[in-house]
Design a protein around this ligand. Structure first.
Ligand SMILES: *[C@@H]1O[C@H](CO)[C@@H](O)[C@H](O)[C@H]1NC(C)=O
Ligand SMILES: *[C@@H]1O[C@H](CO)[C@@H](O)[C@H](O)[C@H]1NC(C)=O
Ligand SMILES: *[C@@H]1O[C@H](CO)[C@@H](O)[C@H](O)[C@H]1NC(C)=O
Ligand SMILES: *[C@@H]1O[C@H](CO)[C@@H](O)[C@H](O)[C@H]1NC(C)=O
Ligand SMILES: *[C@@H]1O[C@H](CO)[C@@H](O)[C@H](O)[C@H]1NC(C)=O
Ligand SMILES: *[C@@H]1O[C@H](CO)[C@@H](O)[C@H](O)[C@H]1NC(C)=O
Ligand SMILES: *[C@@H]1O[C@H](CO)[C@@H](O)[C@H](O)[C@H]1NC(C)=O
Length: 908
């Protein structure tokens, strides 16, 4: 029996149901004979649903996902117990794992009918039609009140951009309206605690006559419902498949209707979350502030959202004149910048809007309902960070009100996804390579395309039997912005060997180690602050960070080619996730989560010819012509995927990378720089791949599919092992640099320049900068002693010789590697070989590389401090660290963490 304690990251005041992941040591627990149970701090049994998300090669459990239901009492943590049961009766098991079902009376009921799926959580009953435009048919509370109906996606677009100038040839701009068209609805992962309803479809025009626009913008909506919960978490994914010069998205929304029939107008309530827990509380027909007073009790009840006393009891000077009081039908809150929102309301269409004082950063929640009929709240996580967003309440004075959450506000200028420049005449590769010399942008016509990128948002729906107190809505606003996350203690994560054996918990053994700890903390805090100071927010941008700083302008180089958005360059994702693993800090988790939600979606293609590849850093996330697997590599997603209990969207992103090898047939990553560009044609049996950049991404996808036992796991395992075997057989192993890959068999053969396998030498500073070491160590942690012969040696050689002297390189390979940069980042490779061979001379070399060598690293005498800038030299006050680039920060972070773990004992 094993017991593990969990801490809660995030909102402590509410438990509305959550899912989390947990790793297990090899050989400890068998899928068919393990009973998982949970208890809260006070040893109260808690309902738990469990499933396996990954297996060790011996078939034992490597990672599990678990869900716990909503509860009134929120403990400080939970204890998860895995007990080995021996042979068990399988007939009650949920995918291979037996559940403890203490509270059989509660639980989630799923009724899968021909035309809809109906889910009952005990608190809410929700129906999901299987066709048409309505995704959420009905939301009913346990007392039988229907509080939401007819939930649809709405989309607006236009055929041109109004600010393109007065070109007389321009066709008039047409506005188009679309709505959801459901293709597939499934209930998945249903058990006693949670069920997931996944709805897939596209957006279809609603104006048959006006437009022949084809269906577009595929969506995937995942509704997570938990036992005893009045909350529904919705993960909303949209894939862009439009034509940027014809399709200008002007609004992306989800709308639900709220039945209000029979509710007196003075008993109907509107609530909009404001700043820092604030809430706007209004009634559709207000009876406060009038010239005549209906009575204090009446006023108080209305403000608090309670049913008003019988009008017979009010001052008749009010009741006789109620029909003169205007009703407010429509409300609009628009967050068009991360710094401010506007608010307004009107009595009806055709009448003027009345301004309501707005604020800075809105919480992102709207409620509409009645004191007796109940109501619905809809909220968007990171509402202001994902501007331009909006919340509309409409028809509140009619029998059917509506709440519309805009993920992209129709009040904002339409989304413009066209390239930001016209190519500047870069017609040939020569021009493009020359332009790269100045702006660092790797441009090529046709490659600057958003076709296939995606965005995922998290939405929450809450149903109420009556208008809730404003504190409740305020708490829910906090909850939806920081939904609680359960995480195991770092020591536990580490000892399972399931999360990479190249990090350790923070040490304070020596002064130098302590300084590295301080520097890691400095780097994390700096980026966290830069996000807010530099406003790295917005529909497409939130979650990303920037690449390089412009010290003259005191700004990040947001407008300069390859120096702008970072797109995971040199693996900041690995730094931040490993920093979370070792510290267990909630703020680090949130930061890394936002980064993963961005880099996995926006920087990567999910459909079209580049599917499975990502885009190199640039001014637009999709702008650069380098489409590579180094950006889409699943090594960046695995942490969040497993820690979240197998987030289904991120799992799907990992699946997509299995097909990235096919994209190599369409786009040759080296097309502009290859010697044999006249003759090289991508051939599925001899694809030229980089043994670091490309293989590590493919290997991360294969490893994940293999350990998840996904539908292609046998193919994945075969390719993983075959590539490792054949890399080991290359005379120079990883030092070969590039080789030919057969995507049918997985075999890697020598490059065409060395068909005899005599030993080619080609080493690049980039090969190991996108997770190569982390992928290899995780593979070795996974397969244990069963590695193909010679593979680890091939990697250890690469690790040793990258930073070795030219003489050593010549002695080993017959030639030196030439001038190589990124010595600090590569010190983690030296540390790895030192650790594996237990060689203190090599360990000392690694520390020297970390502390002393290379002009591109962050050395001990760097300032390690920011400078505050105010006044007219900057747009707004900022803290700057002009000495810091994100490449350097990412590599310092990973190398610092890994060196401390691998050779920390040799640090003086
Ligand atoms: C668990 O047992 C079932 C039935 O005996 C078997 O089909 C399944 O493969 C087993 N699962 C694992 C992961 O061993
Ligand atoms: C397993 O449980 C089911 C349902 O309770 C029962 O019908 C069956 O006989 C049991 N099988 C064994 C081998 O005990
Ligand atoms: C939902 O749609 C149905 C069918 O169009 C309609 O009868 C019903 O009134 C709608 N509900 C609300 C609250 O508007
Ligand atoms: C973890 O891996 C190390 C080798 O890297 C090994 O010595 C240790 O036994 C492993 N621990 C577990 C629990 O498997
Ligand atoms: C090959 O590369 C050279 C040098 O970059 C360039 O001038 C030439 O146009 C390229 N040829 C082809 C067929 O792309
Ligand atoms: C290994 O490489 C040698 C050439 O060095 C080649 O002859 C042989 O076929 C390769 N073996 C395998 C199993 O790939
Ligand atoms: C450690 O590595 C150095 C440098 O390669 C080598 O000279 C030395 O023999 C190694 N020491 C041991 C004990 O293997």
């Amino acid at each position: 029996m094993s017991r593990y304690l969990f801490a809660i990251l995030g909102c402590l005041s509410l438990a509305l149901g959550t899912t989390f992941g947990l790793p297990w040591s090899r050989g400890k627990h068998q899928p068919n004979s393990t009973l998982f149970t949970a208890s809260s701090g006070g040893d109260e049994q808690v309902q738990l649903q469990s499933w396996v998300t990954a297996y060790w090669p011996d078939g034992s459990i490597k990672w599990t996902g678990h869900a716990i239901s909503a509860s009134d009492i929120v403990p400080d943590g939970y204890k998860i117990i895995a007990s080995n049961q021996g042979a068990i009766n399988e007939s009650h098991s949920y995918p291979f794992i037996r559940e403890a079902r203490r509270q059989a009376e509660s639980g989630v009921l799923v009724n899968d009918q021909d035309d809809k799926i109906v889910v009952n959580t005990g608190k809410l009953t929700v129906s999901f039609p299987k066709s048409g435009s309505v995704l959420v048919g009905m939301i009913q509370t346990s007392s039988g009140k229907t509080v939401g109906e007819n939930g649809t996606l709405i989309l607006r677009s236009q055929t041109g951009a109004a600010d393109d100038g007065a070109d007389s040839n321009q066709k008039p701009i047409q506005s188009l309206n679309f709505e959801s068209d459901i293709e597939d609805v499934k209930a998945e992962n249903s058990g006693p605690v949670r069920t997931l309803v996944t709805v897939r479809g596209k957006h279809r025009t609603t104006q048959a006559a006006a437009s022949n626009h084809p269906e577009w913008l595929p969506f995937i909506l995942r509704f997570y419902l938990y036992a005893d919960s009045e909350a529904i978490r919705v993960v909303h994914t949209l894939v862009y498949d439009g034509e940027p010069d014809k399709d200008f998205i002007s609004g992306i929304g989800i709308r639900l209707q709220v039945p209000l029939e029979g509710e007196e107008l003075y008993n109907r309530h509107v609530r909009l979350a404001g700043v820092d827990g604030g809430v706007l509380s209004e009634a559709v027909k207000g009876i406060t502030g009038l010239r005549r007073d209906p009575g204090e009790e009446v006023r108080k009840a209305q403000f608090e959202g309670s049913e008003l006393p019988d009008p017979e009891t009010w001052d008749t000077r009010v009741t006789s004149r109620l029909h003169w009081i205007p009703s407010w039908n429509d409300y609009n809150l628009a967050q068009l910048s991360p710094d401010g929102f506007t608010l307004r309301k009107r009595t009806k269409a055709g009448q003027s809007w009345v301004k309501i004082p707005g604020g800075t950063r809105a919480g992102g929640l709207a409620y509409l309902g009645g004191a007796t009929r109940g109501g619905l709240a809809v909220g968007l996580r990171d509402f202001w960070k994902r501007y331009p967003t909006a919340l509309d309440i409409t028809n509140a004075a009619s029998s059917s009100g509506e709440i519309t959450l805009w993920l992209y506000s129709p009040s904002a200028p339409p989304m413009d996804l066209r390239p930001f420049h016209d190519g500047l005449g870069q017609d040939t590769y020569e021009d493009q390579l020359d332009a790269l010399e100045i702006t660092y942008e790797d441009w090529e016509g046709g490659y600057n395309t958003p076709y296939g990128i995606a965005r995922t948002n998290e939405i929450f729906l809450f149903g109420f039997d009556e208008t809730p107190p404003t504190e409740t809505l305020s708490t829910l606003t906090g909850y939806l912005n920081e939904p609680p996350m359960l995480a195991a203690d770092p020591q536990y994560l580490l000892q399972t060997n399931a999360t990479g054996t190249y990090w350790a918990t923070p040490s304070s053994t020596t002064g130098a180690a302590q300084t590295i700890e301080e520097h890691l903390d400095f780097l994390f805090s700096f980026y966290e602050n830069q996000v807010s100071q530099r406003k790295w927010y917005g529909f497409w941008d939130h979650g990303d960070i920037m690449h390089t700083y412009d010290e003259d302008r005191h700004a990040w180089r947001y407008d300069i080619g390859g120096y702008a958005w970072d797109n995971s360059e040199l693996s900041p994702d690995l730094f931040f996730w490993n920093y979370f693993m070792r510290t267990g800090r909630a703020d680090v988790y949130r930061f890394a989560e936002h980064l993963t939600r961005h880099t996995g979606e926006v920087d990567v293609y999910h459909t079209g010819p580049f599917k499975g590849l990502g885009t190199r850093h640039g001014v637009q996330h999709w702008g650069d012509s380098a489409k590579q697997i180094r950006i889409s590599t699943p090594i960046y997603r695995r942490y969040f995927y497993y820690l979240s209990g197998g987030d289904e969207r991120v799992g799907e992103l990992i699946d997509e990378v299995l097909d990235a090898e096919k994209a190599f047939l369409v786009v040759d990553p080296r097309r502009k720089v290859r010697q044999d560009n006249g003759t090289y044609v991508p051939d599925p049996t001899a694809l030229q791949i980089d043994l670091g950049l490309d293989w590590s991404g493919l290997a991360a996808a294969w490893l994940t599919e293999y350990e998840r036992h996904g539908p292609r796991w046998e193919e994945a395992k075969t390719k993983l092992f075959e590539t490792m075997r054949s890399i080991a057989n290359l005379t120079n192993g990883f030092v070969t640099g590039q080789a030919l890959y057969n995507l049918h068999t997985g075999e890697i053969s020598p490059p065409s320049t060395d068909a005899q396998n005599l030993g080619h030498v080609e080493v690049s500073h980039l090969s190991a900068s996108f997770g190569l070491q982390e992928v290899i160590v995780q593979i070795m942690d996974h397969v244990g002693g069963d590695m193909p012969a010679g593979f680890e040696d091939a990697y250890l050689d690469y690790c040793y010789y990258y930073g070795a002297t030219a003489a050593e390189q010549e002695a080993r390979y017959g030639e030196s590697f030439g001038r190589l940069s990124l010595k600090q980042g590569h010190s983690r490779l030296t540390a790895y070989v030192a650790h594996r061979l237990q060689n203190s001379t090599t360990a000392a070399r690694a520390w020297k590389e970390f502390f002393e060598l290379g002009t591109d690293g962050l050395l001990p005498d760097a300032p390690w401090a920011t400078v505050s800038l105010t006044g007219s030299q900057v747009l707004a006050p900022v803290d700057e660290a002009a000495w810091l680039s994100t490449n350097a920060a990412a590599l310092y972070g990973i190398a610092g963490i890994e060196n401390l773990a691998l050779i920390g004992n040799t640090l003086e």
